[in-house]
Design a protein around this ligand. Structure first.
Ligand SMILES: [Zn+2]
Length: 88
């Protein structure tokens, strides 16, 4: 996977190779859960099975920080739903 012709150091080549792998990998779709999510362009990912597009990280579908953020928003949504159910 030497598509960027990285030079001057094994560490840089290793890092570039790891990035290329996460960029080309297929990820499980959050909507249909098939492993068909591929990178379209910078931070844009698309499921080839259901056609859904996602905004993600530049070279991977998510980052550790993105996982934390989605957990927090999921928790916020859940609490909001519970509050609405209580008031209704
Ligand atoms: Zn899908």
């Amino acid at each position: 996977m030497a598509d960027f012709n990285v030079r001057y150091g094994m560490e840089l080549r290793k890092r570039a190779s790891a990035t290329a792998q996460t960029r080309r990998a297929a990820y499980p779709c959050p909507r249909c859960s098939k492993v068909q999510v591929h990178r379209v362009s910078n931070a844009l990912w698309e499921c080839r099975a259901c056609g859904k597009e996602f905004a993600g990280a530049t070279y991977a579908l998510t980052t550790p920080a993105g996982e934390v953020a989605s957990r927090l928003t999921a928790d916020f949504d859940r609490r909001e739903k519970e509050a609405k159910a209580k008031n209704a």
